[in-house]
Ligand binder design. Structure first.
Ligand SMILES: Cc1ncc(C[n+]2csc(CCOP(=O)(O)OP(=O)(O)O)c2C)c(N)n1
Ligand SMILES: [Mg+2]
Length: 560
């Protein structure tokens, strides 16, 4: 007689993670999932559990993992407060289409619906931010539900899944079932679709691609580049998806995002075939929904997207193709090339970008355009640059040339506090790659405690804090609409370099452009992670305008 193998719910959960290829997870412990923590103890040679200092940090690290690998980022948090802290990372994973599975320790099933200690109904709490929210109430459903979570997080338009783990379920014994690793499910473009695409190109004189979204792979990006090269297409990238193409390639013509190059905006308006490939064409990639007419774009419009639900949602298309991005790119690569009628158009679009990326003049002793330009030459092509939200990021997005597939970790959700944990996560996931994490002074302190995580796991990355003593973005908008009436936007900051040293990291302060290089080289050769605080002139608010000129223009407009 064969003996039936039995495992607890917690053990089965951990076994399932390993079966589906998870190798690392991020979290903050809680008494609500002690049995899972114990099961993780048994597999610490196969699954690394990285603890962070706040659940928002852990969820952002899991998002970084999902973005970098295309596999679901795994995050464990405790009920109520832990889940609330993790929400920021879940929201980012939702808006950024990042595969993620957030596990939340849950109250004992027997106490449900009494508002027992830290009890929350996660279906209601996270309903809008996740592809699927469920509670694994019985141990005999663990294998099925974990398998479903991996499938749904990675298939179609990728995104986050939330699974609650009631305490009693974690200890319940059940029989082990036979399960296979998950498969990512993607639609393939039809032959007729690809034929129509080529026909559309044959009629075009000024085609333009807006590339973006999620669900890409290294091979998918290589195939796409081969297609863009064969057809000599100008390729712009959507907001914070600048790394889907090597920015040094002559087909890359800039990003369609905050601080959009007016010359590129003009080209989008003039294009006679607009192809959104992988991008949803969200608010930032359309300058508040003004660049492309809704619902019917004025030029022939092709939209290629992994989730059918997004096609025709905002923009009607001449050709709508539901396909996984690597699947589309593989088919596009095989299209017989045309003799492009637009080579000059592509060349001049690239020339516009090169002019746009030349360093600009700014007030004060520190010029971030020159610093980022220098970093572009200094860093290896596969360096990963991370950032959260704030005007400081404008310098990075505009003046850095991302080296291609997954060299940019930046939230399209616009979440402050993303740059530090995603950078720490990236350095733990890929210890051999260079990671540079950018933050503003406001942005940095939202998640600055993750310096402790960097120290704990010997993550060797370089943090650059652009300190202007304020929530600069908001102050900029304030000056535009309420000039000289500063309200709620000034900051009194710590000595960031000393703070880094307190965590055991190397710290530097830079107050002039000319000192950056030496400080960076010291940071580079430090044995630990390092932080460089760059003190900028608050007037140098953006590459396009100084703060004082924005105020002056607003006052002038008020007088008229
Ligand atoms: C979590 C979160 N809170 C608030 C905001 C609104 N917000 C956007 S940018 C910004 C200021 C960023 O300040 P800082 O990091 O110092 O960058 P700076 O704009 O000064 O360069 C704020 C408050 C946000 N995007 N995310
Ligand atoms: Mg600031």
């Amino acid at each position: 007689m064969t003996e039936t193998r039995q495992r607890t719910g917690a053990q089965l959960l951990v076994d399932s993670l390993i079966l589906h290829g998870a190798e690392i997870g991020f979290g903050v412990p809680g008494e609500s999932y002690l049995s899972v923590l114990d099961a993780l103890h048994d597999v610490d040679d196969q699954f690394k559990f990285v603890i962070s200092r706040q659940e928002g940090g852990a969820a952002n690290m899991a998002d970084a993992y999902g973005k970098l690998t295309g596999k679901p980022g795994i995050c464990f948090v405790t009920r109520g407060p832990g889940a609330a802290n993790a929400a920021v990372g879940l929201h980012t994973a939702h808006q950024d289409s990042t595969p993620m599975i957030l596990f939340i320790g849950q109250i004992n099933n027997q106490y449900a619906e009494r508002e027992s200690f830290q009890e929350v109904d996660y279906r209601r709490m996270f309903g809008q931010m996740a592809k699927w929210v469920a509670s694994i109430d019985r141990a005999d459903r663990v294998q099925e539900m974990i398998s479903h979570a991996f499938h749904i997080a990675t298939s179609g338009r990728p995104g986050p899944v939330v699974l609650a783990l009631p305490e009693d379920m974690q200890d319940e014994l059940t029989d082990v079932k036979e399960v296979r690793p998950y498969q990512r499910v993607a639609a393939h473009p039809g032959e007729a679709d690809m034929h129509s695409l080529r026909e559309g190109l044959a009629k075009a004189k000024k085609p333009l691609v807006i590339l973006g979204g999620a669900g890409w792979s290294k091979k998918g990006c290589d195939d796409f580049l081969a297609f863009a090269t064969a057809f000599d297409l100008p390729v712009a990238c959507s907001f914070r998806a600048q790394d889907m193409i090597d920015n040094r390639d002559p087909h890359y013509v800039g990003d369609v995002a905050v601080g959009l190059n007016p010359a590129l905006a003009k080209r989008i308006a003039e294009s006679d075939l607009l192809m959104a490939i992988g991008s949803r064409l969200g608010e930032w990639s359309t300058v508040n929904y003004t660049l492309v007419d809704i619902p019917r774009p004025r030029q022939p419009f092709v939209h290629i997207y992994p989730g059918a639900e997004e096609l025709g949602r905002v923009y009607q298309g001449d050709l709508l193709i539901n396909a996984g991005m690597p699947e589309f790119a593989a088919a596009a690569r095989k299209l017989p090339p045309l003799k492009p009628a637009w080579s000059e158009w592509t060349k001049s679009a690239r020339a516009d970008l090169e002019a746009w990326q030349k360093p600009v003049k700014v007030p004060g002793n520190v010029n971030m355009s020159e610093i980022v330009n220098w970093l572009g030459k200094r860093l290896p092509a596969d360096a990963i640059l991370t950032n959260g939200a704030g005007n400081f990021a404008l310098w990075v997005h505009r003046f850095y040339r991302y080296g291609g597939f997954r060299t940019q970790l930046a939230p399209t959700s616009g979440a402050m506090g993303y740059g530090v944990p995603s950078g720490v996560g990236a350095a733990i996931i890929y210890p051999k790659r260079t990671v540079v994490s950018f933050a503003g002074d406001g942005d940095f302190l939202m998640t600055g405690q993750e310096l402790a995580t960097a120290a704990q796991y010997n993550a060797k990355l370089i943090f650059i804090v652009v300190n202007n003593g304020m929530f600069g973005t908001i102050r900029m908008h304030q000056e535009r609409y309420f000039p000289t009436r500063v309200s709620g936007t000034m900051l009194k900051n710590p000595d960031f370099a000393a703070l880094a040293r307190a965590y055991g990291l190397h710290g530097e302060i830079v107050e002039a452009t000319k000192d950056f290089e030496a400080a960076f080289e010291r940071a580079w050769s430090a044995r630990t992670a390092a932080l460089i605080e760059v003190r900028v002139d608050p007037d140098a608010i953006s590459p396009r305008a100084s703060l004082s000129s924005i105020t002056a223009d607003a006052l002038k407009a008020q007088r008229q």
